[in-house]
Design a protein around this ligand. Structure first.
Ligand code: AMP
Length: 146
C-alpha cells in the first residue's frame, strides 16, 4: 500500500482496539494503547497506537494524536528500561509499504537493544513469532514499572 489511500477498518490494529483479536497489553490511557509485538525484533519489543486516529501514517496523523502517542512512547520506553535494563532502545516508525510498513494504522516500535547477550536482535519483520505465554510473562514485568 502506498502513502496515499484509505484507512482500512479491518486492519489488525483496528481489530485489536475493537477487542476482536487478542493482544498483550502493556499500557493504555484514554487516547493510546501499547502492546507487545507478536514478532519481536528483541525481548520487550512493543508498539504504541492511537485509539481514535484513523491515520495510516505520519503524513496523516493529527498533531493532537501524535502528541498523545509520543507521550505514551516515552512512558513505555521508560518502563521497558526499568524492567529489562537494555543498553539502548530504538524507536522506529515506517510509512508506506516501500518503507517496510505492513500494518496501516500509524504505530511506533519501541525496541530494546543489548550490546551483546542472550536477548538477540532481528531486523524489522524478520523475528520469530513469540509464544503468547512468554509475552504475557514479559508484559507483567514491564507493566510493574509504570
Ligand atoms: P510495520 O511493519 O511497521 O507496519 O509493523 C507492524 C508490526 O506489527 C510488526 O512488527 C508485526 O510483527 C506486528 N504485528 C502484526 N500483527 C500483530 C498482532 N496481532 N499483535 C501484535 N503485533 C502484531
Amino acid at each position: 500500500m502506498s502513502l496515499e489511500g484509505v484507512y482500512d477498518e479491518g486492519n489488525v490494529f483496528a481489530l485489536i482496539l475493537q477487542g476482536k483479536i487478542p493482544s498483550t497489553r502493556l499500557y493504555e490511557d484514554e487516547h493510546t494503547y501499547a502492546f507487545l509485538d507478536i514478532q519481536p525484533q528483541s525481548k520487550g519489543h512493543s508498539l504504541v497506537i492511537s485509539k481514535w486516529s484513523k491515520a495510516r501514517n505520519m503524513l496523516e496523523i493529527e498533531d493532537e494524536a501524535l502528541a498523545q502517542v509520543m507521550a505514551t512512547v516515552k512512558k513505555v520506553a521508560a518502563a521497558t528500561h526499568k524492567a529489562l535494563d537494555p543498553d539502548g532502545i530504538h524507536i522506529a516508525q515506517f510509512n508506506g509499504a516501500a518503507a517496510g510498513q505492513t500494518v496501516f494504522h500509524l504505530h511506533f516500535h519501541i525496541v530494546p537493544r543489548w550490546a551483546g547477550g542472550p536477548a538477540g536482535f532481528s531486523a524489522h519483520a524478520q523475528g520469530n513469532f513469540a509464544d503468547p505465554a512468554a509475552l504475557e510473562a514479559l508484559a507483567e514485568e514491564i507493566r510493574a514499572q509504570f
